[in-house]
Design a binder for this molecule. Structure first.
Ligand code: ZN
Length: 462
């Protein structure tokens, strides 16, 4: 685990603890160590025997240090890690108590262990840039999450972890292990970023504000990585042109490419414009078999009249009258097949005519809803619940969701391309292989936007 000054500042201020416990194998960045020293915080490594640093029992600390150092050299051969780790805690404590160390000049910082260098050192400058990139990444994740782009924010989390690995490899002076990122090998990433036409059906082109906030955010991160890459070249390439961290330079190069890949992938999805056909529902009911028989007679079976767009769903020949405290509506169509529970879907405007509550609900969520009287040719039924104003939603197949980076249960904004354009918010995305791509709105919503046969629903990015 690598511990940065950024993380320490974020967490330490909550407790202001004087002893910080870290797991074995932890590495402190030089700036993290400076921070701990400035706050007089000691470091305890889990399970290493340094249980009570407050006593400042020198011999015990010394013995423990000898044990830790020899164990670690033995087990991992990480001399640099030993220094980084112990330098911040007991080691620093030992020195400050017994062998007072000259104060670190403000313009100097630790490169590795106790090695002091000027803050203008190119490796220190590079680490600072990588830290800055981390900050930009987190900020972008926050923005993406707020915009409903949780999946993308999660992908960026993997990228953040990769950046931490790069930092750790440099601080520990270890080779960087890099086999894949977001499921792609370094070679695949290079290939896709060079030939976006082949992989995503989009060509290289300059960025544009018209591509939306997500793509703009990804471009910013890509530029930041390229800057980190430049700093890396200054830090790791000698005057003779020899590069001593080719692995880090390659990793940073692929890191900037991965953002370009994500940009192309998103542009490809946008290209398809996220257009959704619209289905308008007038008031209708779904009935249980029990209610159907009460309304139409024993053993009655619904007669399909017309298939609906969603697979297996149909408009039945049968209609009923629905009657509320204030009024009734005749010839309300039954949609089949029968369901476990009767559900009466009305327009908000119908609720005033009927005298029932216009509760907006997703299909099937009937707790707390009003009941109503159903009148059929052979009988009537008083339901004790089931009247809803159906929440607007989009049905889609898993392939659509994948293509557009959406998931089941997500809410999106949708723009109607109609004569009286409207943006609908809180539109539920429902994903199932049983569905076909279609947005469902009710009559009131369709009339508000003056939806016609030409109108499309466009899912907005942010
Ligand atoms: Zn629907």
């Amino acid at each position: 685990m690598i511990v940065t000054e950024f993380e320490l500042r974020a967490n330490w201020h909550k407790t202001k603890a004087k002893i910080l416990t870290l797991p074995p194998g932890s590495v402190l960045t030089p700036s993290a160590r400076d921070f701990l020293r400035s706050q007089n915080v000691q470091v305890k490594i889990e399970g290493n025997g340094l249980q009570d640093l407050n006593k400042k029992n020198l011999s015990t600390v010394k013995q423990s240090l000898v044990t830790i150092n020899s164990q670690q050299r033995h087990s991992a051969g990480m001399a640099a890690e030993d220094e980084s780790m112990t330098g911040a805690g007991p080691d620093a404590d030992t020195k400050s108590e017994v062998q007072p160390q000259p104060e670190k000049p403000e313009h100097m910082t630790h490169l590795r262990g106790t090695q002091l260098v000027p803050k203008t050192n190119p490796v220190i400058a590079w680490r600072g840039q990588l830290d800055l990139f981390d900050c930009e990444l987190v900020k972008t994740q926050v923005i993406f999450t707020a915009a409903g782009e949780e999946d993308l924010a999660k992908q960026l989390e993997e990228v953040a972890k990769f950046a931490q690995l790069i930092m750790a490899a440099e601080v520990r002076e270890e080779p960087l292990e890099f086999s894949s990122l977001l499921g792609w090998t370094p070679e695949q990433i290079r290939e896709m970023s060079h030939y976006p036409e082949r992989y995503f059906g989009v060509s290289h082109r300059l960025m544009s504000y018209k591509d939306g906030a997500v793509i703009a955010g990804l471009h910013c991160l890509r530029s930041k990585v390229r800057e980190v890459e430049l700093y890396a070249s200054r830090a790791f390439i000698g005057e003779d042109g020899e590069c001593r961290r080719k692995d880090i330079i390659l990793a940073l190069n692929r890191l900037s490419s991965i953002f370009y890949v994500l940009i192309c992938k998103r542009r490809s999805a946008n290209k398809q414009d996220m257009q959704v056909p619209i289905g308008i529902s007038n008031h209708h009911i779904h009935v249980s078999q029990e209610h159907l028989e009460a309304l139409f007679g024993p053993g009655y079976i619904l007669q399909p009249m017309k298939d609906l767009s969603q697979k297996g769903q149909f408009a039945a020949k049968e209609t009923v009258t629905i009657e509320g405290p204030k009024g009734k509506i005749e010839r309300v169509r039954i949609l089949g097949p029968v369901r476990p529970e009767t559900q009466i879907e009305i327009n908000a405007s119908d609720s005033f005519r009927l005298g029932v509550k216009p509760l907006v609900r997703d299909s099937g969520q009937l707790d707390g809803t009003d009941g109503i009287k159903l009148i059929g040719p052979r009988g009537t039924v008083e339901t004790d619940r089931g009247v809803i104003v159906a929440a607007r939603h989009i049905h889609m197949e898993p392939e659509d969701a994948e293509k557009w980076n959406l998931h089941n249960g997500q809410h999106v904004k949708v723009r109607m391309t109609s004569g009286r354009p409207v943006i609908f918010q809180d539109v539920l995305v429902r994903v199932s292989s049983k569905y076909r791509l279609e947005m469902h709105i009710d009559m009131d919503e369709a009339n508000a936007a003056l939806v016609t046969g030409e109108t499309k629903a466009i899912i907005m990015e942010v």
